[in-house]
Design a protein around this ligand. Sequence first.
Ligand code: SF4
Ligand code: SF4
Length: 395
Amino acid sequence: MSTEKAPRPQPERILEATQLQTLIELLQQRGYEVLGPTRDESAIVYGPLADVTALPVDCGDEQAPGVYRLRTRGDGAYFGYAVGPHSWKAYLFPPNEVLFRVHRDAAEGLRTEILGAPATPRALLGVRPCELAALAIQDTVFTQQAVADRGYAERRRALFTIAVDCAAPAATCFCAEMASGPAARDGFDLVLTELCDPPQHRFAIAAGSAAGAELLQALPTRAASAAEQSAVSQQWQRATAQMPQRLPAEEERRALLAHSHSHPHWEAVAERCLACVNCTLVCPTCFCSDMVDRTDLEGEVAERVRTWGSCFEAEHSYMVGGPHRHSVAARYRQWLTHKLETWHEQFGSSGCVGCGRCITWCPSGIDLTAEVAALAEHHGGSTAPRTPGGIHEGA
Ligand code: SF4
Ligand code: SF4
């Protein structure tokens, strides 16, 4: 992921917050199922939005390693929080997906039913910049390899994305240094910057695609003033300043990890890691899966189901004769070095967008940026170059 992306041009239009419902209605009139953030008891999750009242208005959050709690903001903002436990990948790469069914048919013998009906057009409202970057990474993984994932590609084609710049990064966020936020740069149909300064409440709005431009034309907007444009820039700068540098620069980070394959620090992490797989489930870029075949009780129908998998499971590394990453230390090393080092070799970018979910939702409070910092601090003497292939037990 380049750190040299050009900043987004200043938005020229303003949508009053009282017109956010109009945006939802226009999307619905165009046939989209509108999905967005909503409050589910004590977390902000993604789900269907019937109307604007489903948004988590006036909700902020506090996050730290192993800590997540909601709080009341007191200003009525619609998007005044950082990302929660859900990511949009569940709508493109479902946690459970039946790929095909085989029916025993008295007349035809075995009949195979390939699943994957045309995807429902969906509009995602409230996509954070780091999540746009995660979608781009998953596009590379699922659609730009030797064999494209048909279901993912169909669902992606039917997507309309409305990004919202992040104004309230959590203490676990580091999107700025991964060049994925806090302001969205590309990959959206529409982008909003919420300007919430009671009693004034409005959104700077801009289009990023022809479909977005068409919708923007239909919305009741007005020209942005110079003061509003300046408020947008200041918000981008404030949000960036709230995220301190947590990782070495990309080249240094990759060299460090490439030379830390046998470092004893992996064992120190493994003493705290429960191999619970939470970090991989919440991560918006993790894509490992497992295949399960199941039959009904009568033996009339069998189906193949793809489910989310995790490199923290011992079975995930099962090859001839058994798993080759027996220890938790080896599995944690695999996960972290794939995200921040070998992903570059495999897919041409970082596998981490700096959303911070794996830090917040780790029950042990393990923070990958702190582990990289610990490796950097201890580096030298006890490190050795990474074994070619990087998959041996070793740690
Ligand atoms: S790093 Fe944390 S979230 Fe990930 S498997 Fe270990 S204990 Fe679970
Ligand atoms: S590795 Fe952690 S911080 Fe990076 S994208 Fe995944 S969940 Fe977010």
